[in-house]
Design a binder for this molecule. Structure first.
Ligand SMILES: [Cu+2]
Length: 271
């Protein structure tokens, strides 16, 4: 009897303690940050003028080296867009977007991640896929558009397909296929592969931009196609036009030139 009473008092004290503990717990309101959608519009330009589906295989362009060429295909992939806040923090949007100049709707991309309100100074993105994401056959939509990069030269996916015709040194028209992906080379009798993606950093030199809830912000990202042929490597299509995928030197040259290909365009809320 005595033991039972003692136990009951003990239990009562414990219960009271537990309850009082719970009552004293401060009730913190859940912080819900105002957030909204941000959309990206990929625009392709050549020396300042926009390249549209109607230009394919018809309009002639001249690169820095003086090669006259057309564009018959332009497809590329960007992934892991990050928005940089003025306080130094980052909002990683993940995902990827495949742009095909022949399918105008692919120019528009709205990531599934909502973006917190605030001031931002710029964006960054990966051209192609990094090692973690560049997995063979992992993306059904990309498999459906012949986007795989051959296993023999590293596997994964293409980052870029840029094709057309050019006038060669003898004056005759020849095809070119400027394809970018994993770099690979022969070393001691076997092929070794090297990741060849790069990070593009685009700062807004107009003082940054603001994300406000209740309005969708559109960010234009321009691809200046002529830059694939210069800065820092002056590209001559006579020398490099075909069989570039297994060509290590060509792949590294593309990687170097690619870093100046993109620029931030207009940033404005959707009306
Ligand atoms: Cu290819």
């Amino acid at each position: 009897m005595k033991t039972t009473l003692k136990f009951s008092i003990c239990l009562l004290a414990m219960t009271t303690f537990l309850f009082s503990c719970k009552e004293e717990e401060p009730i913190e309101p859940k912080q819900v940050e105002a957030e909204t959608e941000v959309s990206f519009i990929f625009k392709q330009k050549y020396n300042g003028s926009e390249v549209l589906t109607s230009d394919l295989a018809t309009t002639q362009y001249t690169n820095e080296k003086g090669n006259i060429h057309t564009i018959s295909k332009l497809q590329y992939l960007v992934s892991n867009i990050t928005l940089h806040r003025t306080d130094g923090s980052e909002v990683d949007l993940g995902g990827y977007n495949f742009v095909d100049i022949d399918k105008p709707l692919t120019r528009f991309y709205t990531p599934g991640v909502r973006v917190p309100e605030g001031k931002y100074s710029g964006i960054s993105m990966t051209f192609g896929f990094d090692e973690e994401d560049n997995r063979d056959g992992a993306y059904t939509d990309l498999n459906a558009v012949s986007w795989s990069w051959p296993m023999m030269i590293g596997g994964g996916y293409h980052f870029l397909k840029f094709e057309g015709m050019f006038q060669d040194n003898t004056g005759s028209m020849k095809g070119f296929a400027y394809h970018n992906g994993t770099a690979s080379k022969m070393e001691n009798g076997s092929r070794v592969h090297e990741a060849n993606h790069f990070r593009v950093r685009l700062w807004d030199y107009n003082g940054g931009f603001e994300v406000k809830s209740g309005e969708r912000l559109n960010i234009d990202i321009d691809m200046n196609i002529e830059e694939w042929f210069k800065n820092p490597v002056l590209w001559d299509l006579n020398q490099y036009h075909m069989m570039l995928m297994p060509n290590y030197t060509a792949q590294k040259m593309m990687n170097k030139n690619g870093k100046s290909v993109f620029a931030l365009g207009t940033i404005a809320p959707e009306l």
